[in-house]
Ligand binder design. Structure first.
Ligand code: AMP
Length: 454
């Protein structure tokens, strides 16, 4: 038997109803905040993530699905019409094609979506539109050790606010709006037991000072730490805070925190965010060790955690990334964003909501009875579905008992019997399954009758 690859899974009904419920609610919330959808490719050039996420991050150093793509999308000269005037071009394109096949291109399944969005921002000069408020919903890929709440293909719902500083992209008001949106979103979904952990990781110049201080603090202790930390201590000491090795934690607890190194400006930004959160009544907990997984975060960094999730309790994370566009070769474009783990969101939702409860069951099951009745049933189904009724139907070969069982099993509200007598009278037997009450209803009144009695 061929099984789905390790770390991937099939989402089946009725669970998919919960996923759709989440996505519909999320789209409603994004609409209220004037966000618009962006869809970027599922794979990008590897370099985008190396530069946009950071070489020293776990994602880039360990978790990417990367391959060498030898067939670049260059046209070969074969597509040119025959004729001596095309010979030179043909030879030239063939040579380029052959060279590109030899050279190849490194591609990677996206492990996150911010880099792709910022690439699209640069590629399409989205700064012309002023402030961009974008959201996405889609699969991401990381080669991690699978466990509950952690998969190799998982789904993220994310948003990015990005644009030139003149459009207000740098303002702490954007940070606060994003955080308030997230609180609204979780509340709307009925997920109440969340904690917002908040920190400022400062500007890149604050971090230069902080990194120096970290290097100094690490020097005398780093030998006792894991191999990853020993490397990080040299290349990118901030990443030491990502370490999950239990023995290293007491050492990490003694390291300085970024808070001491924030400039007046960074401090003012952080204060302004907190003031707006206080004003709108969003509770938060400050966590000065929260640095998040990506290298380009500046100022505000945050995570929402949920108690029910256990070890993988981060339901979403995000932050400001004012230098990212420049790191990818674009113009200055301050931005802030987040990514919700949709898999984990659905897991926490399952605590309070069963998939069954959000599935819309059929309003009516049509039971054609006897030869030639499929046609009649199809006509009726078509008429009823036009009234936004959920309609399912059986087959003329089924005995009535079998149709009743099918209707019961799918939780239909009514069964509609379509036999020769009914067709002749153009009135049909409609039975309410819960009460057993049965009436004969003329064709023209069927939809209203089914709609009426909920
Ligand atoms: P990150 O981009 O690492 O900040 O991830 C943002 C959110 O995506 C996390 O808070 C998780 O909820 C979710 N997430 C990250 N990695 C995985 C994974 N391997 N499986 C499921 N969810 C994940």
């Amino acid at each position: 038997m061929i099984k789905s690859p390790r770390g991937t899974r099939d989402l089946l009904p009725p669970d998919t109803a919960l996923w759709n419920f989440v996505e519909a609610a999320v789209r409603d919330v994004f609409r209220a905040y004037n966000f618009h959808e962006i869809r970027t490719p599922i794979f990008e050039s590897t370099e985008l993530f190396v530069r946009g996420v950071g070489e020293e991050t776990d994602i880039v150093s360990k978790q990417m699905f990367t391959w060498e793509d030898r067939w670049r999308s260059l046209d070969s000269g074969d597509n040119l019409p025959p004729g001596p005037q095309f010979e030179a071009i043909k030879q030239q394109t063939d040579a380029m094609y052959a060279a590109s096949r030899r050279r190849g291109q490194s591609l990677t399944l996206r492990p996150e979506n911010t880099a792709g969005v910022v690439r699209a921002y640069i590629e399409h000069k989205l700064w012309d539109r002023g402030l961009n408020k974008l959201f996405y919903i889609g699969p991401q890929f990381r080669r991690e050790r699978p466990q509950k709440g952690r998969y190799r293909q998982f789904y993220q719902i994310g948003a990015e606010v990005i644009g030139p500083a003149s459009a207000g992209s740098e303002s702490p008001a954007r940070d606060a709006e994003i955080l308030e949106l997230l609180a609204t979103l979780l509340d709307r979904l009925g997920i109440t037991k969340w904690t917002l952990e908040l920190n400022s990781v400062g500007s890149s110049s604050d971090r230069v000072k902080f990194n120096d201080a970290l290097r100094q603090a690490l020097a005398p202790v780093v030998e006792k730490m894991c191999a990853d930390c020993q490397r990080r201590a040299v290349t990118n000491p901030l990443r030491v805070f990502d370490c999950k090795v239990p023995e290293d934690q007491p050492i990490i607890d003694t390291l300085p925190t970024i808070t001491q190194f924030l400039s007046d400006e960074s401090r003012a930004h952080y204060e302004a965010v907190k003031q707006i959160l206080n004003a709108v009544g969003i509770p938060y907990v400050e966590n000065p060790r929260l640095v998040r997984g990506l290298d380009y975060y500046t100022h505000t960094a945050f995570e929402f955690t949920h108690r029910a999730l256990g070890a993988q309790n981060a339901i979403l994370g995000g932050g400001r990334y004012d230098g990212l566009s420049e790191a990818l070769g674009g113009p200055a474009a301050p931005g802030i964003g987040f990514a919700i783990g949709e898999d984990r969101l659905v897991l926490s939702l399952m605590e309070t909501e069963s998939a069954e409860s959000v599935v819309r069951k059929p309003d009516v099951y049509i039971a054609p009875l006897g030869a030639g009745m499929n046609r009649q049933a199809a006509r009726l189904a078509r008429e009823l579905r036009r009234h936004d009724l959920v309609v399912d139907l059986g087959d003329e070969s089924f005995r009535l008992k079998k149709s009743f069982e099918a209707a019961d099993k799918m939780g239909a509200r009514y069964i509609l019997i379509v036999g020769e007598n009914e067709v002749a009278a153009d009135a049909f037997a409609l039975k309410h399954l819960a009460s057993g009450e049965q009436v004969t209803v003329p064709r023209a009144e069927l939809a209203q009758r089914i709609l009426r009695k909920k």
